[in-house]
Design a protein around this ligand. Structure first.
Ligand code: FES
Length: 351
């Protein structure tokens, strides 16, 4: 069956039923700015930055929330669209403390990028903004409500993506705020510190505590890798400055689809820990001493041979790790089955 079509900036384009105007535009290489849109989450239409013109519509429409319809005539960058987007960005800038100089998000902030794109050089609307104390008590996430633009992406990330349901909108009007149940701090709430809200925040309202002051986004190199903690195989990006990991964010992968858990996202300190073993240790007379790999592996092989000779191969068992790759686990069982001659092989499939 022929797909429905609409007109996008004067060009006819096909779309799938159920797609929004924003999705149709993205599929056709037409850029529409967004702030509150979070892929695969229910659109909230909160920021009004993605406004477009639809012929015959009474007002400009939020493209992230408006389903595409057959025969629609959509214009994504008219003067009216430009003026409205600019105004909405100005209002968001005026709604809080958006001092980029001291903001940890400087360089990666979507609001900052849009202000630059739309040529905003001054805060036109000046007034009283709500004063909030920064929440800094937990060891992982800093919440600065004065920088929050109430886009709701953190709420979508918590409720729609991770389905933890730890945060939502609270209060009303100018006092509106993202809250946990009872507006308690994260560490006294249902929050499990997966950090998905951090990842979703387009401004500097949610910041990873350990990464503060460690480098601007444009100074960090991103290295894609697989989480080492369990066998799920979540994909992640290491943000590296020099030879140090500054923070970890999720990458899209078949197993995690852009999500991470508390361990994957925050548990990277061990990499640079001075307590980390970097050389084999051999215990003699109750004391460990450093050894070379050749010496350590030679000792292990010698002990295996002694045990096998005295008690048989069945006296030896191998416990592998769910944190290693399939290929490594294959080689491990091969070593025990074919090399040593025992079927006593297992692995820790638990976290
Ligand atoms: Fe559409 Fe915010 S991105 S309203």
């Amino acid at each position: 069956m022929a797909k429905p079509t609409l007109t996008l900036n004067g060009k006819p384009v096909e779309f799938e039923p159920g797609q929004t105007i924003l999705e149709v535009a993205l599929n056709n290489g037409v850029e529409i700015p967004t702030l509150c849109y979070l892929k695969d989450a229910t659109p909230t239409g909160a920021c009004r930055v993605c406004l477009v013109e639809v012929k015959g519509a009474r007002t400009l429409v939020a493209s992230c929330a408006m389903p595409a319809g057959p025969g629609m005539e959509v214009t994504t960058d008219s003067q009216a669209v430009h003026t409205s987007r600019r105004l909405n960005i100005e209002l968001l800038l005026a709604s809080g403390n958006h001092n980029c100089l001291t903001c940890e998000a400087n360089g990666r902030c979507k609001l900052q990028a849009l202000a630059y794109k739309y040529g905003i050089t001054d805060i036109r609307f000046k007034g009283q903004t709500q004063q909030y104390a920064t929440e800094d008590e937990n060891p992982l996430i800093v919440r600065d409500f004065s920088r929050c633009i109430l886009c709701g992406r953190c709420v979508q990330a918590c409720n729609d993506v991770q389905v933890n349901r730890a945060i939502g909108y609270g209060y009303r009007g100018a006092a509106s705020k993202i809250v946990t149940t009872g507006d308690r701090p994260y560490h006294h709430s249902d929050c499990v510190f997966c950090g998905q809200c951090l990842e979703a925040c387009p401004v500097g309202a949610l910041v990873e505590k350990k990464a503060k002051g460690q480098g601007r986004s444009y100074e960090l190199k991103q290295v894609r890798t697989t989480c080492p903690y369990c066998g799920v195989g979540c994909q992640m990006l290491l943000h590296v400055k020099g030879d140090r990991i500054v923070k970890v964010t999720a990458a899209q992968g078949p197993a995690n689809k852009g999500r991470l858990c508390v361990k994957g996202r925050f548990g990277y300190d061990f990499v640079h820990s001075p307590e980390r073993l970097t050389t084999p240790l051999i215990k003699e007379d109750g004391q460990f001493r450093e050894a070379s790999w050749d010496e350590a592996l030679g000792l292990v092989a010698k002990k295996f041979k002694e045990i096998k000779k005295e008690h048989g191969a069945g006296a030896i068992a191998g416990l592998s790790s769910a944190r290693t790759t399939n290929e490594e686990n294959y080689l491990f069982q091969k070593l025990f089955r074919a090399g040593i001659g025992t079927n006593n092989v297992d692995h820790c499939a638990r976290l």
